[in-house]
Design a protein around this ligand. Structure first.
Ligand code: ACO
Length: 173
């Protein structure tokens, strides 16, 4: 995200992607806090929608200047880890329906985990996921090698339980 030319301008599009795909939503300043505090750890997948130029009526005259976020991973380092071990945390991940099952989430997650290990010497990465979220569970457990650490009862605002999951990052050091 930090390497994107004008990542500040992408924040509303990231927020739209989040609101469209998840019930856990955040104020814009929370995205900004992640981007400014841990600029290496969050990533976006964007598409540039072709827009017809106003300059003339030539059908082939398109300009591609509207980057739209179709996926993001919002990640941070745990600021006061209760176990005293430096580790990263996935705050939120989502991919627009139009762009699912293309490997976007896997790629975003791998990039963030690598940055946690290389930039911050994170020992592991943690996250929470709804126990009913089979798609995300398959991604985390089967594709990425996360393990369930514990079940956190009524973790979500609607009363659903969460799996607290984690993955060792020391092999990436
Ligand atoms: N059903 C079963 N397995 C799935 C599914 C699914 N619907 N989606 C992904 N997987 C698994 C598969 O093993 C897949 O590999 P394959 O396609 O070769 O079989 C692997 O994960 C990688 O899939 P990706 O294509 O990288 O995943 P995608 O880009 O489609 O995004 C995601 C997956 C993020 C879960 C997406 O479905 C989504 O945005 N869902 C709604 C939001 C959400 O649940 N986010 C996670 C909340 S938890 C958190 O934010 C910490």
């Amino acid at each position: 995200l930090s390497s994107y030319p004008s990542y500040m301008s992408l924040l509303p599009s990231i927020q739209t992607c989040n609101i469209t795909n998840l019930p856990e939503n955040y104020f814009l300043k929370y995205y900004l806090y992640h981007a400014l505090t841990w600029p290496q750890l969050s990533f976006v997948a964007v598409v540039r929608s072709p827009r017809k130029s106003n300059r003339n009526n030539n059908n082939s005259d398109y300009i591609h200047d509207y980057p739209k976020v179709v996926g993001y991973v919002l990640a941070k380092m745990e600021e006061e880890p209760s176990d005293g071990v430096a580790h990263g945390h996935i705050t939120s991940l989502s991919v627009m329906r139009t762009h699912r099952r293309l490997g976007v989430a896997e790629r975003l997650m791998r990039m963030s985990q690598r940055a946690m290990a290389e930039s911050h010497r994170a020992h592991y990465v943690s996250l929470h996921v709804r126990v009913s979220n089979t798609a995300a569970l398959r991604l985390y457990r089967d594709t990425l090698g996360f393990e369930v650490e514990k079940v956190e009862s009524k973790y979500y605002a609607d009363g659903e339980d969460a799996y607290a999951m984690r993955r060792d990052l020391t092999p990436l050091w």
